[in-house]
Design a protein around this ligand. Structure first.
Ligand code: NI
Length: 175
């Protein structure tokens, strides 16, 4: 297994649409294992292939606190969304340090394939619903601040630049 490099916004791959997975082979299993390892090490609750520079429709997630909720979704799609919206403060490993409130449906029904190509469905609510929608967005080239109004998005981008500059500054002082 290997730790993968996580691309930082606004890398073009983060804005690209990932292609469906058609071959359920060992390479796919290795990618999923590496993505899980990378997600846990970050640490984060979800990671999409775009974020590790692979334009394939695969995401990993685990919203549990003890690594017991590991999920790999290949070619995932949202079959239906609840009407109720919830406001949740989201973050992203590709926009490190930035947290913004995003409104999304509070419940979704998801269909995906596992690493052997078997179809399965599940209902997600709470943090899992937020996380699934956030990760599926990545596969379509969307990041969470794309859900904000133009003004709020611009403000968020500025905030992110400031966070990065501060982090760089801190690193320089350590060196
Ligand atoms: Ni993300």
């Amino acid at each position: 297994m290997a730790l993968l490099n996580i691309l930082q916004y606004p890398h073009p791959t983060l804005a690209a649409k990932a292609a469906p997975v058609t071959e359920f082979n060992d390479d796919l299993k290795t990618l999923a294992a590496d993505m899980l390892e990378t997600m846990y090490a970050a640490p984060g609750v979800g990671l999409a292939a775009n974020q590790v520079n692979v334009l394939r429709r695969i995401v990993v997630l685990d919203v549990s606190e003890d690594k017991s909720g590991q999920m790999v979704l290949v070619n995932p799609e949202i079959l239906s969304s609840g009407e109720e919206l919830v406001d949740h403060e989201e973050g992203c490993l590709s926009l490190k340090g930035l947290y913004e409130h995003v409104k999304r449906p509070s419940a979704v029904k998801v269909r995906a394939q596992d690493l052997d190509g078997n179809l399965f469905e599940f209902d997600a609510e709470g943090l899992l619903a937020v996380c699934v929608q956030h990760e599926l967005d990545h596969l379509d080239g969307k990041v969470f601040i794309d859900h904000l109004s133009r003004m709020k998005k611009e403000r968020a981008r500025m905030k992110l630049l400031k966070i990065r500059r501060k982090r760089e500054h801190e690193r320089e002082e350590e060196a």
